[in-house]
Design a protein around this ligand. Structure first.
Ligand code: ADP
Ligand code: MG
Length: 443
């Protein structure tokens, strides 16, 4: 019977993985079927956050999968099987979270420190969030994280919360979006329940409010928040805030709040560089139990530069398409999934075409590019060549170096990064490179 059950469960998982590849995570393999009786399939789940993820995101999909496999109508139930926690009876009934939003809220099991890639663009924000999660109220207070959309603010905030919730005894964490805070406040005023509202938010060990730019122009909520802030701050409770811009840049935010927000640590997240993007794709792939070839990871990291959420979206697209076919992720398939033109021999960019275009544009000679001179007038076109060669051809770094006077792969990588950075900061370089790319790829 046990074997039959495992087989059903295994097939159910495979069915789900194939059709809901965006929801699939590699930890699904750690779920255990407990029993299948009277139309009820019971599943053992070792982590609390996984349980919520399954209930809220995957229940319908898993149910459908199980019904397809067994040919019966079924329902699913999830049981928490963390034996360490069960033996710790003292805390068994204590609600660890004080989060209510009318609807059930769940921390994403994806948003933990383990799953966060640290790079130059986010190092400070990450270090500050870990410090705060280790000693709330003591390290930096308040902690204010800002950066544009999709760069990992919510991820870091939730990661910090999830650490606190694992404390024994658990700490009281209030995590909410700014909009929720505003709505709760307005509702509390309307229903004359301001007292409860205040009690709730002023008695947290850590209050985390995501996207506080929405406080802009909310005079009454700002007033209330100012007092909440002061109460927590005076009792040395941790406050963590995020926004898409720095405190001073939030439009119509009272000056006294701006100065409160600035009095702890303000950390900015920038958009990730190429290496960090590569590492993030690897991390996300691992989480989804897939192992895309390096050239696919490179393709995605090059194509999507500004927003980490879109990196993940691109991976989802590629994986989704692969699951519809034979499960294999190839460069061809990735290009198709991302709407890239298939490479035809006719359009293929070669290193000699790159050299031709660059020497013409900068009015330099091939022998200069291959020689040792380092003056900017030569070194810059040389770096542009290497950049384009890496971007537009499939040659390895070594091969590219070979075309430019036998330079080694670190030199090529350095050139690539240099031009990549310049493209960010210098409009002239950006447009020069863009023109070269379009003339090469449309030729
Ligand atoms: P924000 O709140 O800043 O708009 P999110 O925290 O929602 O951004 O991040 C968007 C997506 O990018 C999430 O899936 C998140 O896990 C991912 N992400 C962002 N930065 C990183 C990183 N450094 N490592 C891993 N994943 C990241
Ligand atoms: Mg966010």
């Amino acid at each position: 019977m046990g074997d039959v059950l495992s087989e059903i469960w295994d097939k159910t998982l495979r069915y789900f993985q194939k059709r809901k590849s965006d929801l699939w995570r590699s930890w699904f393999e750690q779920l255990e079927p407990i029993s299948l009786e009277n139309g009820l399939l019971r599943i053992g789940v070792p982590e609390q956050t996984w349980m919520r993820y399954l209930q809220q995101m995957c229940n319908e999909g898993l149910k459908e999968a199980a019904q397809q496999i067994t040919g019966h109508l079924l329902s699913l139930e999830y049981y928490h099987t963390d034996h360490n926690q069960l033996s710790d009876q003292r805390y068994a009934n204590e609600p660890a979270e004080t989060i209510e939003d009318g609807e059930l809220f769940c921390f994403s099991p994806d948003y933990t420190f383990d799953h966060f890639v640290v790079g130059p663009s986010n190092r400070l924000a990450h270090a500050a969030c870990t410090a705060v999660s280790e000693s709330p109220g003591q390290a930096y207070n308040p902690l204010f994280i800002h950066g544009s959309v999709g760069l990992g603010k919510t991820h870091l905030l939730q990661a910090a919360c999830q650490v606190l919730l694992k404390h024994r005894p658990p700490l009281r964490v209030s995590y909410l979006s700014c909009e929720t805070f505003i709505n709760h406040f307005i509702r509390a005023v309307e229903q004359g329940k301001l007292h409860e509202f205040r009690y709730k938010y002023r008695h947290a060990d850590m209050l985390v409010i995501d996207d506080v730019q929405f406080l802009s122009d909310q005079e009454q909520t700002q007033e209330e928040f100012f007092h909440t802030f002061n109460t927590l701050y005076q009792t040395r409770k941790q406050i963590v805030l995020s926004a898409d811009c720095s405190p001073a840049e939030i439009p119509k935010l009272e000056q006294r709040l701006v100065s409160r927000f600035n009095q702890g640590l303000v950390a900015r997240i920038d958009r990730p560089d190429f290496e960090t993007r590569m590492a993030i794709i690897h991390k996300k792939a691992q989480l989804r139990g897939i192992d895309p070839p390096e050239e696919v990871v490179t393709l995605i990291a090059r194509k999507i530069e500004s927003n980490t959420r879109e990196l993940e979206g691109a991976l989802t697209k590629v994986h989704g398409l692969a699951m519809l076919e034979n499960g294999l992720i190839t460069l061809e398939l990735a290009r198709e999934a991302l709407g890239e033109e298939p490479i035809s021999a006719h359009h293929q960019v070669t290193i000699s075409k790159i050299i031709e275009a660059v020497t013409k544009h900068f009015d330099v000679r091939l022998s200069d590019l291959q020689g040792k001179r380092r003056s900017r007038s030569i070194a810059f076109p040389r770096q542009v060549c290497m950049y384009l060669a890496r971007d537009l051809t499939n040659h390895s770094l070594e091969e590219i170096g070979g075309h430019f006077g036998g330079r080694d792969h670190t030199t090529v990588l350095h050139a690539y990064r240099t031009i990549d950075k310049l493209c960010d900061h210098d409009v002239h370089v950006r447009s020069t490179v863009a023109n070269l790319v379009s003339s090469l790829t449309q030729a």
